[in-house]
Design a protein around this ligand. Sequence first.
Ligand code: PMP
Length: 345
Amino acid sequence: MKNVYDNILGLVGHTPMVRLNRVTAEIAATVYAKLESCNPGHSTKDRIAIHIIENAEKKGLLNKDSVIVETTSGNTGFSVAMVCIIKGYKCILAVSDKTKAEKIAYLKALGAKVYVCPSSVPADDPRSYYEVAKRIARETPNSVYINQYFNELNIDAHYRTTGPEIWEQTEGKITHIFACTGTGGTLSGSAKYLKEQNPDIKVIGVDADGSVLKGYHETGVLNKNDIHPYQIEGMGKNLIPSALLFDKIDEFVKVNDEMAAYRTREIALKEAIMGGYTTGAVTQGLLQYANSHEFKESDVVVLIYPDHGSRYMTKVYSDQWMAEQGFVNNCVHNYEEVFKTEFVK
Ligand code: PMP
């Protein structure tokens, strides 16, 4: 039988790529988006959840009473919870209080136990979601801590799947890859594989205004002055993850909440791709990069679109939320201008 699977985990990976036709039209290159929302957990994190849990199984670390523990802004949690259901493990997650209520409801619907922790405290504060997860893992017998920020299997999952898929899908023609970096696993693993095939491929990380990653890449120093609160979930950090291979990244671009939000909405309206907030961020990263770098017509650019927009209906897809942020100079409010079309009122 074709396209029939034993369980939902059979659908992970082999995500499609779609050419962008309008949003990046001003760039000479051909631009493709890799739609990680087509994973069954609707994000790129399905890949690492399966890989890390199956690796622990191979090492004999898990049995039927095992508990899987993780810190997560949402996506990794959905993926870990999904894998735990199919494999019969318990799932405990520590999330930041930036996480929207519907994401927490989703995690609970997948059977996870969820602890909500303050995002405003430093990473080494005992109340931070990193420290809470570590403590739970320490205190829970028979548990495995996914530890995505400091687990080299996070990189390895993308080295084995995302990177080779992109190489095959572009028939080796890729010249640039752009991805938002949170743990850094997606970009690092993909870049490691792709640079082995062709060292000339340019790797560009997209960081958040308010995060330390770009500064660290440029100076080797974590500058605490770079840190300030921001709205985009899942990208940027206030610490240096070891899942981020800085030497595989040629350049970082920083994007702000406002431009990433407009771009997310624009992609939905012009390409009919409902992506998460970092979908807008990575696209904004490319457009900013293009201000200071020339692209050729033969260039093939791949953007990682990490997750699905349905997770952001009360955030970036809410006009009220946009207005509350002061994001009002928005093409989204003027549909006629977007499409240069007369709408029947
Ligand atoms: N976008 C979203 C929405 C995410 O949840 C994540 C993961 N934190 C990323 C981008 C970045 O992926 P990575 O952790 O592999 O760098």
